[in-house]
Design a protein around this ligand. Sequence first.
Ligand SMILES: C[S@@+](CC[C@H](N)C(=O)[O-])C[C@H]1O[C@@H](n2cnc3c(N)ncnc32)[C@H](O)[C@@H]1O
Length: 224
Amino acid sequence: MTNGTPEKEDDMATAAALAKQRTDEWEEVHKVVPWGSVPDHNFQKFVESRWGGLNLRSASFLDLGCGAGAQAIWLAERGYHVTAVDASRAAIERLLERTGRIDTTMPISLMTVTADVRDVSFGDAKFDCVFDVCCLQHIEEDAAVAVVQRARQWLKPGGVFWSKQAIAPFDHTLNRVSYIRPATMESLRRMFVGYAEVKMDMLREIVRGDKNLWSVIVQARVGL
Ligand SMILES: C[S@@+](CC[C@H](N)C(=O)[O-])C[C@H]1O[C@@H](n2cnc3c(N)ncnc32)[C@H](O)[C@@H]1O
């Protein structure tokens, strides 16, 4: 039994088909492109400054749209607990392949989940940090807002949502898939409303030779 009008149900079916088409595109990308294995420098700085010097390696992280594990593997190698989610099976396979090559005497704590970030839930699990390095920019604004809002329940008191998202002006030749939604102040406001403290930094990087990539980095803390 459904409770929507036929028009609304058609719209929902179309949106679901589109969402699937977009994650399928990522699957094709990950099958052919060995996706990045170098962690984001700003994310590394954030982790090191917050947890690095304090022997707090028991901190736990949730990586939304982990790809081949650039950040997830870097964290796990350092002794942090990581749960890494990606909708692409090929991405998770690449991550696991790379994990198998880690040379460490300590067992690593890295759990993978092949799932759409719009659908995941974590029961009672709580993380010190939930992060997104350029995943939410590939899903529609309402869905991204819903994920960031749900993440408030996945964070421990005082935990942080860290996010890097493309922002205008965006050079579309940089995109590997058909859909990208550069962030706007309004989309960011909607995502992070209700977080106790929100800090944003703009960032310009030169990528693929001479192309400008503008991003916003958000650090949003939940209350204690
Ligand atoms: C730009 S890549 C970034 C990958 C990784 N965070 C990194 O820094 O290398 C975006 C990632 O988000 C994943 N992705 C896109 N839409 C997704 C969704 N709805 N649910 C889960 N993962 C998704 C893609 O498969 C891809 O791995």
